[in-house]
Write a protein that binds this ligand. Structure first.
Ligand code: ADP
Ligand code: MG
Length: 763
């Protein structure tokens, strides 16, 4: 039987390429990163054209590698070159509306025969090359060309969709098509189907879902007879992607749910009860319900694995703190892992603030039921660091808050019972495991895990990214949340911008405060500041060239966004705001300086902070009522939603002004309109994701690695993901090590490996 894991050079014969030259397809295919038969079969067409459908030339993107189908309109006569010796022929193709030309060069006029062979006037050709424009005329640079392939059965041809593969200059798409065809033919000859060709899915799943067998599905997507067959093939492969992934997640989950963990329960006279007694407000219904869920799980002898979701301001921190106190009551320690120093410091402040004398355990005047809360970050001085390490290792600190520094080797706990990961998506699966292992070392089992997301994510995204965790949702905001009015302000209209600064002054006159957020720190910075995420681009960027040759873009470089250093000058000199007490806050200040600005702002000693997105998460100043975001179009939806969550907290109605230089009809403009329309974080998260390409959602785009998800969309195929997850969990329950499903075990091992597993932990 054909070995699909063999190198392509052994599977594909070297063959004539139609121009008389001898070609080695394996070498070409290696430019696409395709090494084995399996790689090639899973290199799926990007899209399909109906026969007779021509590519719309005016919709091409300059600088992009494209494959077009067009009609040959004219083949010129060979003409001598003017500047140097040699000849050229210009061929003109048309889509019926626009024209595109391509030019061939040869040393003598007799040499054009082979390259011009496919260009029969009136015939359709498929041409791959780089699209460009010269003097207003479309051009296709250095194309590879072939006649539009004809099916064997001419009668069926009109029905058959034409597959278009992702093209690059280094591997023409006809090489891909021909090589896939060769391989599929060889598999068919081998009777692959009868031999159960590589069926990774259990028989009952295939039957239950009504799926095509794998070889038939691959045949259907590479050489579809008609749209219906194509759809059936895609359904099968898509389900397979979802199922293999969900099996991997179910295995992960199963491997921990059976492990031992120390049960932790609160006691009637412990710190958890004391804290609840002193809460200045009642818990929301959702906080109470989720709190009970968590308490029940902490009391079990197996580790909790839970993701806590909730909209901005829904009170996740409080839920996490109550879980940590329960563990402290149960004699253990809790670690809170935060992605940035600003956020870690903020957590420390809010936790000690909420605990008051309960956070002074062991100190004179502290409550005897209290504990110690310590901070551990990379920028701490040696002495402070040593003290925190000692408090963690001795068990004196019940709660340790920190950044990545918590993961380092020298960090030890006396009895780590709970790991809380804030903004889980910024950490990998391995990182959260490193921390949990520190608990396991003390012999009291695996610590419980509570992961939190900063912004809500749609259910199926959570299932895909964090499918090994159970999910709790805080679907209720604490009472007293005031209205926040959001307005998009055109940055190029000076009168509107003036009005923005006046709004700040009006609020300041009432004793309120304002944030002004910018995308950069200094005017000459190239990078966006402090983890400002790049908003999705206006147009989807060209596909990452696997061969590593970046496609040249025809897009103009956008104007750099305004910097903190520039905007603070505007605020300090504008007639409306010149008299206000204004300071800057960003990641380049020393920790002590940041701390100073934040605490003065919190104490009402400042009217305005001009900041980067360091204020994005966690920062909690109820008296702040205005948020101005400069160059708002440079930020992503979720980020703006987070920023806006900083105001409207203290029962004061808030105003969020999004300054933008972009047209309201652009993608960025529509994003801002959506923000102005709703404050529902779940709806905004869906919008945000729908805008990003799938690869970005799963974080695979940058790595250049082939995403393991080719057909599955976490938003569009929610139903597929739900079904696959249910079936995968059922299967793993009865066959926890896949002993009875070796084909599936192999698929999980080969597809969900290293990087892929890592990207599951990130977005
Ligand atoms: P999240 O982290 O979910 O965005 P936070 O935990 O920062 O939200 O909570 C936002 C604010 O709401 C904090 O000031 C917190 O003290 C307050 N808060 C939390 N729970 C309640 C509640 N049940 N009632 C009133 N205020 C609450
Ligand atoms: Mg929070």
């Amino acid at each position: 039987m054909l070995d699909l894991d063999a190198p392509l050079s052994s599977l594909l014969p070297r063959a004539g390429d139609g121009t008389g030259k001898n070609a080695d397809p394996a070498k070409w295919l290696s430019h696409l990163g395709l090494e084995t038969g399996r790689d090639l079969l899973w290199h799926l067409p990007r899209r399909y054209l109906d026969r007779g459908e021509l590519t719309a030339i005016r919709e091409l993107t300059v600088g992009e590698d494209v494959t077009i189908v067009a009609q040959v309109q004219d083949v010129g006569k060979p003409q001598p070159l003017r500047q140097r010796s040699g000849w050229r022929v210009v061929v003109t193709l048309s889509d019926g509306r626009d024209r595109i030309t391509t030019t061939f060069f040869m040393a003598t006029p007799h040499q054009f025969g082979p390259v011009l062979k496919p260009f029969v006037p009136g015939a359709l050709v498929m041409a791959s090359g780089r699209a460009g424009q010269f003097n207003g005329t479309w051009q296709l640079d250095k194309p590879t060309v072939e006649p539009v392939p004809q099916g064997a059965d001419a009668g069926a041809l009109a029905e058959a969709p034409l597959p278009l593969y992702p093209a690059t200059r280094d591997c023409p798409s006809y090489v891909v098509r021909a090589s896939v065809g060769t391989l599929l033919d060889r598999l068919a000859e081998d009777g692959g189907e009868q031999q159960g060709f590589d069926e990774p899915l259990p028989a009952d799943v295939v039957a239950g879902e009504g799926l095509l067998p794998p070889l038939a599905a691959l045949e259907a997507v590479h050489r579809p007879r008609d749209r219906a067959q194509l759809a059936a093939g895609q359904d099968r492969l898509r389900f397979e992607e979802a199922f293999v992934l969900q099996t991997a997640l179910a295995l992960r989950r199963a491997s921990t749910v059976t492990q031992a963990a120390a049960p932790r329960t609160a006691s009637a006279d412990g710190i958890a009860a004391a804290f609840d007694e002193r809460l200045p407000f009642p818990l929301t219904g959702a906080q109470r319900r989720v709190g009970e869920e968590i308490a029940a799980e902490l009391a079990r002898p197996h580790p909790m694995q839970r993701l806590l979701q909730g909209d901005v301001g829904s009170g996740k921190t409080l839920v996490a703190l109550r879980a940590m106190l329960t563990v402290v009551d149960g004699g253990g320690q809790a670690a809170l892992l935060a992605p940035t120093e600003v956020l870690a410091a903020q957590h420390l402040r809010s936790i000690t603030g909420a605990l008051r004398d309960l956070a002074a355990g062991g100190f004179l005047g502290g409550d005897p039921r209290g504990t110690r809360v310590v901070l551990l970050t990379g920028s701490m001085g040696a002495a402070a660091r040593r003290e925190s390490l000692l408090a963690a290792a001795s068990g004196e600190a019940g709660i340790v808050v920190g950044t990545h520094a918590l993961l380092q080797e020298g960090v030890q706990f006396a009895d780590l019972g709970l790991v809380v990961v804030d903004e889980q998506h910024r950490f990998g699966v391995e990182q959260r495991d490193v921390l949990r292992r520190k608990g396991t070392e003390t012999g009291r089992g695996v610590p419980h895990l509570l992961a939190m997301t900063a912004t809500p994510i749609p259910r199926t995204v959570a299932m895909t990214l964090f499918g090994d965790l159970e999910t709790s949702v805080l679907d209720e905001l604490p009472p007293g949340r005031a209205e926040v009015q959001t307005v998009v302000v055109p940055q190029d209209k000076p009168a509107w911008v003036d009005r923005t600064w006046q709004r700040i002054a009006e609020e300041a006159a009432l004793g309120r405060q304002a944030y002004v957020v910018c995308a950069r720190i200094e005017a000459d910075d190239d990078d966006l500041a402090d983890g400002a995420e790049e908003a999705p681009q206006e147009e989807p960027p060209p596909p990452p060239a696997r061969a590593g040759k970046g496609a040249g873009g025809g897009r103009p470089k956008p104007r750099p966004p305004a910097a903190v250093s520039q905007v603070v000058e505007v605020v300090r000199t504008h007639p409306a705001t010149a008299g206000l007490r204004t300071e800057v806050l960003h990641g380049r200040l020393l920790p002590a300086e940041k701390e100073d600005v934040m605490s003065r702002f919190a104490a009402g000693e400042l009217d305005v902070v001009v900041a980067t997105t360091v204020v994005e998460v966690g920062v909690d100043v109820p008296n702040a009522s205005v948020m101005v975001v400069v160059d708002a179009d440079r930020f992503g939806i979720s980020q703006l939603h987070q920023l806006r969550g900083r105001i409207g907290r203290g029962g004061l109605p808030g105003t969020c002004l999004l300054l933008s230089g972009t047209s309201p009809d652009s993608r960025a403009g529509r994003r801002l309109k959506a923000l102005a329309r709703t404050r529902d974080g779940f709806e905004l998260a869906r919008l945000d994701l729908a805008e990003r390409r799938e690869g970005d959602v799963l974080g695979a785009a940058q790595s250049g690695e082939r995403s393991s998800l080719q057909l599955l969309g976490v938003l569009q195929h929610a139903d597929v993901i739900e079904r696959a997850r249910a079936r995968a969990r059922t299967l793993v329950e009865v066959d926890p090590d896949l002993a009875r499903h070796p084909g599936l075990a192999a698929a999980v091992a080969s597809r969900v490996t290293g990087d892929t597993a890592a990207f599951l932990g990130r977005t």
